[in-house]
Write a protein that binds this ligand. Structure first.
Ligand SMILES: [Zn+2]
Length: 158
């Protein structure tokens, strides 16, 4: 294993096209905990929250974002930055456990040039690189994944 491979994910264009809105969905999600189930938010930590990617590159693909609308890591305080990374690392552990795959890519898209759909709200992608996903993943499968991540993080943080 190892090495880098280009993954074609044509179904993501739907997301890219719908992403034309000026509204930031991370901020919207952060403000509406009562809609976490619909938004596929699987945890709310002290510094960050996590969202299951509805249009994933790979099976189990999640995003971790700070609550505050900042574009870059340097706009976070030292405490916020450490907290964000610590929580993202716990999520990575949960991803490894739930997906059953030790190969995980972690990366932050910064700015539109980097290919981010939401250009101005910093977020970290955590992407298992071992299991490809069916582009027609049914909603109930995403819900099951959501539950597994919630349970695993509850276990890790208990
Ligand atoms: Zn935002």
């Amino acid at each position: 294993m190892g090495g880098f491979r280009i993954v074609l994910t044509p179904w993501r264009y739907k997301y890219i096209l719908e992403g034309g809105s000026k509204d930031c969905f991370f901020c919207e999600y952060a403000k509406r905990p009562e809609l976490d189930q619909d938004h596929l938010v699987f945890y709310r930590g002290k510094y960050s929250f996590g969202v299951l990617n509805r249009y994933p590159y790979m099976w189990g693909h999640v995003m971790v974002a700070p609550y505050r609308h900042v574009a870059d890591l340097e706009q976070l305080s030292d405490e916020e930055l450490a907290g964000l990374l610590k929580e993202a690392y716990a999520v990575r552990k949960a991803v490894v456990k739930v997906v059953g795959c030790g190969e995980v890519l972690m990366g932050a898209n910064i700015g539109r040039a980097a290919g981010a759909g939401v250009e101005s709200h910093l977020h970290i992608h955590i992407i298992p690189t071992c299991k490809e996903i069916d582009p027609n993943t049914p909603a109930e499968t995403l819900e099951l994944m959501l539950k597994r991540y919630r349970d695993e993080l509850a276990r890790l943080w208990s």
